[in-house]
Write a protein that binds this ligand. Structure first.
Ligand SMILES: O=C(O)CCC(=O)C(=O)O
Ligand SMILES: [Fe+2]
Length: 381
């Protein structure tokens, strides 16, 4: 497969953006921001989920989902020799029990973060024609705009527009990224580089927390960190415009992310929910921190010890919401399998070897739903 240029995520097999006539379907394909340029007071049927998939429980008076305080991992503790052992324990517990954690004191300058949110907001504020330049059915494109979750297959659409950017190798992909707003490429590439460095430090800690040697000495086997340094990174900028009837639809359906770790930046507007002990719970945005979650590849690599957890996004009636997810993994050509240290009689292998090609094949052959991909890799134990 060609190097790291697949601007797609879990559950997506992009097909054709139908733009051949002026019917409602072609309007919906152009995205939610475009749809909302003319004020609307009702959600079109295309976005209305069956009752059992809607965000609120069907029972009356059962209330909104509770807020969850995610476990907190302090990155500065992780980086200090005296704080690291305890921080590794917190990291392991969070990945085992929640699949999600809040990362504080991460060291990425607040200006870089604010610049990314601001640049993304301005990108989506542009006229539709600017986004249309990047709407493509070419999965190898390093930049792609679109709407919903998988717009070529979704029967019901989600209330979300996106911009996906392949981030590596940066010198190769950058010239293809949007030229407008004029500063967008600069702020987005700085953000991509900062998040990639943060991911590498976190991944080294994750490997250590699993009892592995991330950088073995000469003669002790290959360095997996070297492979991550050459790894893949996809940036997904999500835009959720205000929705006149937010209880009928979702910004994103329940899904898990495909990589090792996702670093998620959200603005001040609530919307992310994770599945925790069978319930949907809302994650409160904490200013300046990242939400980090375990992806399918890390669940497979850790032989099921660290959990890739379902999450979804609610929309709201009054405020537009913006989030930026960076999904990090090994190079697309690598096979994901647990290292021998994590497999023994008590922990037999739980998943088949997985490579990016099998993921692509899977998502283009069936309708992606929930955690199907990971389920499809499960071995009978
Ligand atoms: O917008 C969010 O909070 C979550 C986005 C997300 O789950 C994703 O991009 O995979
Ligand atoms: Fe996600």
């Amino acid at each position: 497969m060609s190097p790291a240029m697949l601007a797609m995520t879990d559950g997506e097999a992009n097909d054709v953006l139908h733009d051949n006539d002026d019917n409602d379907e072609s309007l919906y394909q152009k995205g939610v921001r475009h749809l909302c340029e003319k004020p609307i007071s009702k959600v079109p049927g295309k976005y209305i989920l069956p009752i059992e998939e809607r965000p609120l429980p069907a029972k009356p008076n059962s209330g909104r989902a509770p807020l969850i305080s995610l476990p907190v991992v302090d990155f500065s503790e992780l980086m200090s020799p005296s704080g690291r052992p305890a921080a590794l324990v917190s990291l392991a517990k969070a990945c085992e029990n929640y699949g999600f954690f809040q990362l504080v004191n991460h060291g990425i300058p607040s200006g870089v973060i604010a610049g990314m949110i601001d640049g993304s907001t301005r990108f989506f504020e542009q006229p539709y024609e600017e986004r249309a330049k990047y709407m493509s059915s070419d999965m190898t494109s390093p930049v792609r705009c679109g709407t919903s979750f998988n717009q070529s297959k979704d029967r019901v659409f989600c209330w979300r527009d996106f911009l996906k950017l392949t981030c590596r190798p940066m010198a190769q992909v950058l010239p293809h990224w949007p030229h407008s707003p004029v500063d967008f490429r600069e702020v987005a590439s700085t953000y991509a580089q900062e998040t990639n460095s943060l991911f590498l430090e976190l991944m080294e800690a994750v490997l250590q927390s699993l009892g592995l040697k991330p950088r073995p000495l000469e003669g002790e086997g290959g360095s997996i960190m070297k492979q991550f340094e050459e790894g893949s990174q996809l940036m997904v900028v999500n835009c959720y415009p205000p929705c006149p009837e937010p209880d009928l639809t979702l910004g994103m359906p329940p899904h898990s992310d495909y990589g090792f770790l996702t670093l998620l930046l959200q603005d001040q507007v609530q919307g992310l929910q994770i599945q925790h002990r069978e319930d949907w719970v809302t994650v409160e945005p904490i200013h300046g921190s990242f939400i980090v979650n375990v992806g399918d590849h890390l669940e497979i690599f850790s032989n099921g010890r660290y959990k890739s957890v379902l999450h979804r996004v609610l929309v709201n009636a009054t405020r537009s919401r913006m989030s930026v997810a960076t999904l990090h993994s090994l190079p697309y050509s690598c096979t994901i399998r647990p290292p021998p240290e994590l497999v023994d009689e008590a922990n037999p292998r739980r998943y088949m070897d997985t490579d990016f090609a099998s993921f692509l094949k899977y998502i283009s052959s069936c309708e992606p739903k929930k955690k199907n991909f990971l389920e499809s890799r499960k071995l009978a134990t």
